[in-house]
Design a protein around this ligand. Structure first.
Ligand code: GDP
Ligand code: MG
Length: 447
């Protein structure tokens, strides 16, 4: 899963300060594999990756997060945005009866969903609902609708197997009008695969009925094939919404992304059981987490951002802008900011358990120890050394200075050298960001 893949990256990318053209390639390859594993169709994956790349590039990495984690959050947000924008219920804005036409392949869940919707409209919207089956090819399908309609507490309009779908639908509409129904749900026949006769038939039904909603019912387990089905139905009909069924199965639900992208129609409902009450309003945010196979990474990112001291960041940005160099005092204040955020291990608590386990508690302890050691080294320096790091980096007396600092902090000379290298890396990064970038990043991440 993406969790497995990214937790590995999250580990290896630690210490890199931003998402760059180079490191983003590795991460996106993992995201791509994970989406394919979740059964998102290939062309959809390509598009999606391109958008994520654009959004992620140059995204600075705040505090204790690393590029892997920031990328996960970008991916999560983009997934949720791609799959929906808020919650969209059934549109009933039509001269009653509002007609809802169900479209989709055989076995997708049209008949079941018709009854679930009837129940939803009766209970949540207080509507008087009539159902009718235009599935003239299978008497059993007509009986099935009758049974589930009863369970839903709606009324069912009888249809004869030898009638034309169009005539049945018109008869039901006439009945619904004369008996003051608010909603007419029209269940239709499906085939095992797309064929022209089927498409012609449902197109004719659509033209005859002019429904206010034309819902495309699609099985979440359909995976890669969902894209072809969705294309065919979109070409045949002006779809107004999608119902994604069988989300209670073990599918990762990648079909949601494909179908939504191909049809452009909102995913309105999710089927979550065979039972009549197994219908939920689709929640894109939550579904994005399912496709990714992970917990609430967004909350984690917000937590980190909150901890960043805006005042200190502003001061630093101004200093850098006015040409002042980034010195070891600034480095020290960066480190203590990270500590203020509650330390790395408390952040790890917010990662999905699986990811946290992979990243390894041992590593976290080590990272925190490293941080404390760096603070120790910095406090063993003189004020002048902190203001003028050059004394330690290129000064004639640098060797003896480092020896003194190492002894003072109770560490090895290599530890001092390592810290100085980290300092130089951060200084270079700050130079590149030229102060302004820092503020921009804070604003972006902090909202
Ligand atoms: P249709 O051919 O499109 O009308 O599909 P049906 O409504 O007859 O459903 C086909 C099968 O899928 C039936 O066995 C349903 O019980 C089952 N089904 C439909 N929706 C769901 C769902 O959300 N979850 C589960 N687990 N099964 C579903
Ligand atoms: Mg059916």
């Amino acid at each position: 899963t993406l969790t497995d893949r990214l937790s590995h990256l999250v580990k290896t990318m630690r210490g890199q300060a931003r998402i760059t053209e180079t490191n983003v390639q590795d991460m996106l390859r993992e995201v791509r594999m994970a989406l394919l594993e979740a059964d998102v169709a290939l062309p959809v994956v390509r598009d999606f990756i391109a958008r994520v790349k654009e959004k992620a590039l140059g995204q600075e990495v705040v505090g204790s997060l690393n590029p892997g984690q920031v990328l996960v959050s970008v991916v999560h947000k983009e997934l949720a945005a791609t799959m929906g924008e808020g919650i969209s219920d059934i549109n009933l804005a039509a001269q009653p009866p509002a007609i809802i036409l169900m479209a989709g392949l055989q076995g997708a869940g049209k008949t079941t969903t018709t009854a679930k919707l009837a129940k939803h409209l009766i209970e949540k919207r207080k509507k008087k609902v009539l159902t009718v089956s235009a599935d003239v090819y299978r008497p059993a399908a007509i009986e099935q609708l009758k049974t589930v309609t009863k369970q839903a507490g709606a009324e069912w309009f009888p249809s004869e197997p030898n009638q034309k779908p169009k005539d049945i639908a018109l008869a039901a509409l006439d009945w619904a009008r004369r008996h003051y129904f608010d909603v007419l749900l029209v269940d239709t026949a499906g085939r095992l695969a797309i064929d022209e006769a089927l498409m012609a038939e449902i197109r004719e039904l659509h033209a005859t009925l002019n429904p206010v909603e034309t819902l495309f019912v699609v099985d979440a387990m359909q995976g890669q094939d969902a894209i072809n089905t969705a294309k065919a139905f979109k070409e045949a009909l002006p779809l107004t919404g999608i119902v994604l069924t069988k989300l209670d199965g073990d599918s990762r639900g990648g079909a949601a992304l494909s179908v939504r992208q191909i049809t452009g129609a909102p995913i309105k409902f999710a089927g979550v059981s065979e039972k009549i009450d197994g219908l939920e309003v689709f929640d894109a945010e939550r579904h994005a987490g399912r496709v990714l196979g992970m917990g609430d990474i967004v909350a984690l990112v917000e937590e980190v951002t909150k901890g960043v001291d805006m005042a200190a960041a502003t001061k630093m940005a101004e200093k850098l802008k006015s040409g002042g160099g980034f010195d070891l005092n600034d480095f020290l204040s960066q480190i203590s900011q990270m500590k203020k955020m509650g330390g790395l291990s408390s952040l790890m608590d917010k990662l999905p358990a699986q990811m946290a386990a992979k990243a390894g508690q041992g590593d976290m302890d080590k990272a925190e120890k490293d941080m404390r050691r760096m603070e120790g080294i910095l406090s063993a320096m003189t004020a002048k050394e902190r203001r003028q790091p050059a004394l330690l980096l290129e000064g004639k007396s640098k060797a003896s200075r480092k020896r003194r600092i190492a002894a003072g902090a109770g560490v090895q000379i290599q530890d001092v050298n390592r810290m100085l290298t980290q300092f130089e890396q951060m200084r270079d990064m700050m130079k590149k960001m030229q102060g302004g970038g820092l503020m921009k990043m804070m604003k972006k991440m902090g909202g």
